[in-house]
Design a protein around this ligand. Sequence first.
Ligand code: WTA
Length: 655
Amino acid sequence: MSTEHSKIHPVPERLLDAKKVPPKPHIDSFEAYQKMYRKSIMEPEAFWGQLAKELLHWHKPFETVLSGGFDYGDIAWFPEGELNASYNCVDRHALANPDKVAIIYEGDEPGNDRTITYGELLRDVGRLANALKSYRLRKGDTVAIYMPMVPEAIIAFLACARLGIIHSVVFAGFSAEALRDRIRDASSKLVITADEGRRGGKTIHIKKIVDEALKECPTVEHVLVYQRTGSDVPFKSPRDLWWHEEIEKQRPYCPPEIVNSEDALFLLYTSGSTGKPKGILHTTAGYLLGAAITFKYVFDYHEGDVFGCMADIGWITGHTYIVYGSLCYGGTTVVFESTPIYPTPSRYWEVVAKHKITQFYTAPTAIRLLRRLGHQHVEGHDLSSLRVIGSVGEPINPEAWEWYNEVVGKGKCAVVDTYWQTETGSIVISPLPGAIPTKPGSATVPFFGVDPVILDPTSGEELHGNGVEGVLVFKQPWPSMARTVYNNHNRYLDTYLKPYKGYYYTGDGVGRDEDGYYWIRGRVDDVINVSGHRLSTAEIESALVAHDGVAEAAAIGVSHEITGQAVHAFVTLKARGENTEVKELVLQVQKGIGTFAAPKKIYLVPDLPKTRSGKIMRRVLRKVVAGESDQLGDLSTLADPSIIPTLINKVNQEQ
Ligand code: WTA
């Protein structure tokens, strides 16, 4: 690890020199961080109890801060408390400051933009919530949201939250089959969608995909369709309803349904080591508190700032930072519909300059892509509004970090490499802009209330001290952690709480260097991370095996310069499928999951390397693809070693 921590970047002068460029950071020294961190770990109840009162509006106050724990997964934060998430994200700010901009929309085509104030948002959310009520949707029902990146998607989130309806957002890049599975698992009664989406100048036929998915979704009673492009799309009355017609009928105020702190706020499906995606369930108060407090401290958000997160609302980053963190804290958030390179690779920087974005948040894959295209695309744009630039989704390599810092941040911004997961709800390891010196490639130190521990993966023993490597677990519950897997609490226990008793297990490998900084190594389970999108090998394999001609499939993650990892798959064909072409198999994965999951390479092989008990040895495949066939490791359990030279030949031929 010696090379890793050779370079330390101090907190940028500009952040500490509040006289020249206000504001003063919320936390402005390492000592201040340490003091607050210590309190959060030693006295979590006092720490979180006070913050929950400061950052959230309660309709009924709580008495207990935390009950339950990791043994049964019966964690409850603020259990007697009652509140409403949309009241916290909209009403209280609209009442205090109705003209403040809540949302800035930047459409796919430059020039197509608009803003929504908190006052307008309150009315928009009220109208939609009243429409939802008119379909007899009630607290505890689930609604699927399959929407492009338009402000109406946020209105849909909040209208559900207003009534205690559990939203289940499905990223609009998922295929009809993937959407169908998620609607069925959650028994959603309504789908909120759009006619079409626009991204990077291309049209996405969203409504058609929904229609395809709904062929096998008996629970869905209605489809509410927002007109994004106005094109002619299939429309099935009385099931389908137009958004604009429906809200026109409604009163713009809808009283919020006050819910318990632990009532569900939303479901978000994510991939794990096994085939079926899991509906990760987040509850109301703890999640909101985690979102708002990390928004405040990790992004050092101050009044008047404009927060620009480039993620899609279909992923947890969009949920927590574009929507809940930003709005719960009363901030101004950007909804960006396009891509970093449309119409040119300057798009991000035009958007930053135009809207005077102060905090900019994106993924390493976008940073690597823009770095490759050259710094000339960044130059000439006024990026002086930026104070904090963030990264999320996968480990960021030091070269990309340095480029981001120098070319985008001009050496004057805090770079925050934020580590977290769908399941953690909000950021758990990250620098704080005014307090933590950074090291390129390290997510640095734990956030308040997060107690990271490194375990030896085999013995499960805690590795104390610095300079250790192992798997990352957390020792104490924190407010925004997921509470269960929808309709499958045993799966929650088995995945997160049982692998190492007494801890929450992340599934990530990690190192702690000599200074106590954390370095996330990536997944140690069968999860592949492509451009920050989480995919499971099992999901890809089951999509492939669904093809008639396929006998068996093994998917692996292979490192890739831009996307971090890429999917490669090894496939054996059935005798009657011998004419199957690679093209068809790629299509098969696009159909089963979505285009973003398509394997970069598929090798058709006569057999897969298996143990004598029939388990596929993916480790061997990974080594073969990485060109490390001389380091295949222990092959004593391999059933048929003669397959190895065939695999090596096949891979060499195709590379
Ligand atoms: C990875 C995204 C290194 C990690 C918010 C984690 C990261 C998975 C980082 C969760 C980071 C996320 N450095 N790795 N800063 N951020 N990851 O659920 O492997 O889509 O377990 O949540 O992404 O992905 P998810």
